[in-house]
Design a protein around this ligand. Sequence first.
Ligand code: FES
Ligand code: FES
Length: 164
Amino acid sequence: MKKHTVRFSLNGTPREITVNANELLLNVTREQEKLTGTKYGCGIGECGACTVHVDGRPTLSCLQLAVAVDGAEVVTIEGLAKGRELDPLQKSFLDNNAVQCGYCTPGMIMIGRNLLDENPNPTEEEVRTHMRGQLCRCTGYASITKAVMGAGKCATGDFKIPAE
Ligand code: FES
Ligand code: FES
């Protein structure tokens, strides 16, 4: 199969990769780039676990061909923290105990961040509507919704990712 070169930005770093025409962005981030925060859930666009940002838009990476992100800016869950400083929404998930098994969490945070960028103070209904495509098998929707609504006022302001 003919190989294609794809140049794109991944979490702010320029990348050049070689892929088959049918390679999915989810496989590139998880397997080629070893960024395993993005999760494989259903593989058919129904659960939202694989959500990343492509040029600022939430994108299901299990349905996104890697060749189509040529020239784009891709951000995964690993790209949200600034150094050791978590994104306020990540802190809010901790504050609100919005993580159970954690499998849906990266996708939830990526779509929640997108909502907060557009609307910093969403109502419960706005959160639920925006995130209706995200599935949580642990059914933690109430605390997840609370975490997104409370991202502007979380208490773990001094929480830092531990140094390695
Ligand atoms: S793994 Fe992509 S939507 Fe479920
Ligand atoms: S926390 Fe387990 S799937 Fe959502």
